[in-house]
Design a protein around this ligand. Sequence first.
Ligand SMILES: [Zn+2]
Length: 300
Amino acid sequence: MFVSETSLQAWRLTINSAINLIEEQFKAGIKVVLTGKFNQDPLERLFGIVRSVDSHPTVTSFLQIIRYVSLQSRLSFLMKQVKGSNIDNKEPLEMLVTMSQCLQQHAKDIDITVKDFKEAIKDKLLAELTIRYVDDIPKGGKNDFNLNLMVYDLCGYIVKTRKHLTACEVCKNLVRCHELDLPKDFTADQYTAMRNRGYLVYVTVPFFKTILVVELAIQSHFEDLNHIYIHDSFELCCAKIAELHTVPLFCDEHRDYNLKYLVMEYVKVRFHLESKRLRKLLVLQAKSKVQTNFKIAKNS
Ligand SMILES: [Zn+2]
């Protein structure tokens, strides 16, 4: 046999790639191309750098490291800090682009758009919610005791940490209350009461009910794990919340501002918690799998 099928295939692939690459370089204005200089050393070096940071990277951590490496300052830091890495200061490293400058500019641009975008989402949310105010929220079919406890506790946390929600006295009286003010058949405050040492915040029943319907909308959004792949997941979630019926909270003067702020903050906190949950669920699992496979490969 003249040559194996695999070698033949590789040969065809290489020749085609070389022809395409050379054509591309001619088009870019280069007059002479030395094919002998073609090599994949820089690529191998890149993987060397990645492996020196994390020896068994998952897809997520790989992307993260690539992002770090794109910043030259990080790279010099790595070369100095990481022992046993395949690269040292003597090796000539050339950056294709100076990322730090363009990232800075990019961040500035994004900051501006994100700010405007956030305001737009908030205003849309408020406009939709205001036309759907109801006097009382009817009890939904789903009455999960544990969920009620968690939501109530989270409400207290948000009111306590976002001070200007209760900066006005009237608002404060409408939102916060004492444990004894709550109705006798109200049970959602039990967890808060259990771990209270005197500093936790109790919220009123209408406040809790409003956040509970928001929570249910968020949960329905998180039900399908694929939501992490959706580009505008946050915006979509807000659109779902905008269709809810809520009770008018806060005083007349501050209602508009506080309500949209409160709902957005709650959604933000929930997205943060959800990202932690998903990390536990998906990334750590994948990581341990990679490590197990590595061990098996090493021992066999
Ligand atoms: Zn007020």
